[in-house]
Design a protein around this ligand. Structure first.
Ligand SMILES: NC(=O)C1=CN([C@@H]2O[C@H](COP(=O)(O)OP(=O)(O)OC[C@H]3O[C@@H](n4cnc5c(N)ncnc54)[C@H](O)[C@@H]3O)[C@@H](O)[C@H]2O)C=CC1
Ligand SMILES: O=C(O)[C@@H]1CCC=N1
Length: 271
């Protein structure tokens, strides 16, 4: 990679593409004038023109990748084969990155016909610099390329290099995880409203509690079970709540949710 800020082509400027690239721009990892977005949807094009006016926007993905050092594919998994077939001749000179759930590294390498390919599983908190991403690299990805990808993902959160065989499990935990956490926050707030709190206050308390607890775990390095026990007094309020959670199967349900998402990722990879 010659420049510290290479030309980036984002193919598919939807929810995940926006979260990643907007996050990267906000973090100063790249600048909007080095970004070209290729998206065939006019609403998506309009969003980029309005929100990131310095980025180039085009309906023609081939044009978008022509001058790109890095091509970031953020289209739905089922659309990947057709888009790769369309772009592979033009894009083969570039570092190729896919965030599509389920599409294995080996499949991407076969479809592109080259191994300078990185498979990434990011998540939407990347938009606010709090993402959790994992990535795996094809055989022709240089250490410089890998450092670029690690830097890109680290600019919007935490990045972990893993083996491709772990990527569907990663998808189940952190790729899909923001949806589960949103449901947990929503349900905590609903419980607050049921118990008499105004909605806005309940939502703020629930959100801050999830954020604060996650920060506490990260900053102290304590096991969650230890921090849980520290909240639960004998005969107190928390153990009454915990007993209700165990009756409802919270932990088993979350374990099953992660496994279901990981299995769905495997299915998507089979086409
Ligand atoms: N949404 C999420 O939280 C996450 C999504 N992903 C992956 O990111 C990818 C994109 O997902 P989302 O952003 O949620 O979907 P999305 O539907 O919001 O965005 C996809 C974008 O691709 C565009 N597009 C479709 N076909 C195209 C083509 N042939 N050429 C150019 N643009 C085209 C669409 O117009 C749309 O703007 C998926 O593969 C998904 O598995 C990965 C991690 C998390
Ligand atoms: O639901 C999906 O398929 C995507 C992949 C990971 C998160 N959202």
């Amino acid at each position: 990679m010659e420049s510290t800020k290479p030309q980036l082509a984002l193919i598919g400027g939807g929810k995940m593409g926006r979260a990643l690239v907007q996050g990267m721009i906000d973090a100063g990892f790249t600048t909007a004038d080095r970004v070209t977005v290729g998206d065939r949807n006019t609403d998506s094009q309009a969003w980029w023109k309005q929100n990131v006016p310095q980025a180039k926007v085009t309906a023609d993905s081939k044009t978008a990748v022509e001058a790109a050092d890095v091509v970031l594919l953020a289209i739905k998994p089922h659309g990947v084969p057709a888009v790769v077939a369309e772009l592979k001749r033009t894009a083969r000179k570039s570092l190729l990155i896919s965030v599509a759930a389920g599409i294995q590294l080996g499949t991407l390498v076969r479809q592109f016909g080259c191994s300078r390919v990185v498979r990434v599983m990011p998540n939407t908190p990347s938009l606010v610099g709090a993402g959790a991403s994992a990535y795996c690299c094809g055989d022709d990805v240089s250490s410089e390329d890998a450092a670029y990808v690690d830097g890109m993902l680290s600019s919007v959160g935490k990045a972990f290099r893993v083996d491709d065989k772990l990527m569907d499990a990663v998808t189940g935990v952190s790729g899909s995880g923001p949806a589960y956490v949103c449901m947990i926050i929503e349900a905590l707030a609903d419980g607050g409203v049921l118990s008499g709190l105004p909605r806005d206050l309940a939502m703020q308390l629930a959100t801050q509690t999830v954020l604060g607890t996650a920060t506490l775990i990260q900053q102290t390095g304590s096991h969650p079970a230890v921090l849980k026990d520290a909240v639960a007094s004998p005969g107190g309020t928390t153990i009454a709540g915990i007993a209700a959670l165990e009756r409802g199967g919270l932990r088993n349900t979350l374990i099953s949710a992660v496994q279901a998402a990981a299995l769905r990722g495997e299915e998507l990879g089979k086409g």
